[in-house]
Design a protein around this ligand. Sequence first.
Ligand SMILES: CC(C)(COP(=O)(O)OP(=O)(O)OC[C@H]1O[C@@H](n2cnc3c(N)ncnc32)[C@H](O)[C@@H]1OP(=O)(O)O)[C@@H](O)C(=O)NCCC(=O)NCCS
Length: 194
Amino acid sequence: MVDLSVRVGALTLKNPVMPASGCFSHEFGQVFDLGRLARLHRACFDESWSRADLAHLLALPGGFGLVARLFDGGLAGLDGMRGVGFSLCRVVRDECELLSIGVSPAYRRRRVAAALMRSSMERCYEWGARTMFLEVAIDNVSAQRLYEDHGFERVGTRPDYYQRANGARVSAYTMRCDLARSLDAAPAWAMALR
Ligand SMILES: CC(C)(COP(=O)(O)OP(=O)(O)OC[C@H]1O[C@@H](n2cnc3c(N)ncnc32)[C@H](O)[C@@H]1OP(=O)(O)O)[C@@H](O)C(=O)NCCC(=O)NCCS
């Protein structure tokens, strides 16, 4: 089971109102750990964001972050308790952006990112967004599949958008999804958990 804690601006919400979904616990007993978020980001990306960068993003109007905790059979190891994945989003009127998403390498392919995507999309929709955008490197096939699974389509290309640690520039696709349509057409596994 994946459990989430939510940070909105300077506040950590221990009991955020989340739509009913069987894959998330609604008991948010843990505080949102900004240091953990920074470590997770560092583990996932060449170009990591500092605690100050992350705090700034979270303080933007409409900004929020989710941290996923992982429980196996009701039990969580230390990593599972501290958080194994995150997402960062921003809602501006009826549009929103997935700014970043990542899962610690040791915990990948366990549907943590899928759970974060679904919850991020639901929260953005609740806050009034109807369309979600994101950028993804053209060589990041695993993330593109994740997004396609959640109803995103390519709508453009941004040349040389990212810079890798070795200095190489990589282009990005811009992807977009209609939140109402994608949430309604949730994958069978998500519906089964409701
Ligand atoms: C992309 C990432 C977030 C996926 O996290 P994850 O928890 O392993 O993903 P999930 O287990 O929830 O997988 C959900 C779907 O994503 C796709 N996917 C995830 N990893 C994949 C891989 N290695 N190869 C192909 N498809 C993959 C699949 O469609 C998968 O569905 P499936 O299990 O039915 O095949 C993770 O690999 C990561 O953190 N990568 C580094 C950071 C990054 O690239 N973030 C995206 C930036 S735009």
